[in-house]
Design a protein around this ligand. Structure first.
Ligand code: GUN
Length: 299
């Protein structure tokens, strides 16, 4: 039976470190880390995420602002908000919540964020730095960075000799996750919807990171005994057993089946989820240290 990796507890450690670092920066340099979150439209899931980012930022002692823009906001108006935040010395981190409405070009907006304030790590400069092995001066996207901290807790920082399989090739999770695993010396396979015999690919893995958005796709008989299983999925599925119209949250991994075989596994919820927001706080405090010309804390 696998050990359950407690993402909530690790996230609390990260947030506590961010809080301490924020207090120290205020005391030493008079700088308060500042984060701006921009949300466009009424997507209810995005509103919940954005509200919890704001709460966590306040918990860390940050200056936190939210820009809530109408669904009908034009691309030009949104770009102007980003430009203003780029120029605002009190803001060290800018996050534009995705998805954006269909009439807005997400990529143009993301690339308009100053790479020095891109705490999501989505700008091509930050993606490029990570890709060439310069994670130290980059901002690493929060979900893979958080997943990596969980893997480190189980396997240590050096993954030499271990096979890692990432399921999913998105720019936000799959690709940066693969770069981080490679930087830690793992032998990395990126698999995706066109991979043939995915179960066989996974059976060879000492570390599986599932980030596909398919509820409970990874089955117990895909898992090598003792493997570390990191479930990035967050899928809401109908749960009529809980009452009419009810739903529940599941990952990309069939938890009970995989728990019986794995060495360590993240639950959903309470695994990777809390790490994402914690790493956003970490990136913001790092950004504020860099802006103040000071050596940032390590997470
Ligand atoms: N939407 C869902 N997750 C994220 C995230 O990590 N960053 C941004 N900007 N939007 C998101």
């Amino acid at each position: 039976m696998a050990t359950r990796i407690d993402g909530k507890a690790v996230a609390e450690d990260v947030v506590a470190t961010a809080r301490k670092a924020s207090d120290a920066l205020k005391a030493a340099a008079g700088v308060t880390p500042g984060i701006a979150v921009v949300i466009v439209g009424e997507d209810p899931a995005s509103q919940v995420y954005v509200a919890s980012k704001g709460r966590k930022a306040k918990e860390c002692g940050f200056h936190s602002v939210q820009h809530t823009l109408a669904e009908t906001t034009t691309q030009a108006d949104l770009l102007q908000v980003v430009e203003d935040l780029n120029a605002d010395p009190e803001i060290h981190g800018i996050l534009v919540q995705l998805p954006l409405p269909d009439h807005i070009d997400d990529n143009q907006v993301i690339q308009a964020i100053s790479p020095d304030k891109d705490v999501d790590g989505f700008h091509v400069i930050n993606a490029g730095k990570l890709s060439v092995g310069d994670a130290k001066s980059a901002f690493v996207p929060c979900t893979p960075a958080g997943s990596m901290l969980l893997i480190e807790r189980v396997r240590g920082a050096d993954l030499s000799g271990l096979n890692a399989v990432v399921i999913g090739r998105s720019n936000i999770v799959g690709k940066p996750m693969a770069s981080l695993l490679l930087a830690a010396n793992a032998t990395v396979t990126i698999s995706h919807s066109r991979t043939s015999d995915l179960p066989a690919v996974c059976r060879n893995a000492d570390i599986v990171v599932a980030a596909v958005g398919q509820p409970e796709m990874v089955r117990g008989d895909w898992i090598k005994p003792g493997a570390t299983v990191i479930d990035v999925g967050m899928n809401r599925i109908p749960a009529p057993e809980r009452g009419e119209g009810k739903s529940r949250l599941v990952g990309d991994v069939a938890f009970e089946e995989c728990e019986a075989v794995a060495g360590a596994i993240t639950p959903v919820p309470g695994g990777v989820g809390p790490m994402t927001i914690a790493m956003l706080m970490a990136n913001t405090v790092v950004s504020a240290y860099r802006a103040a010309g000071r050596t940032p804390p390590a997470f």
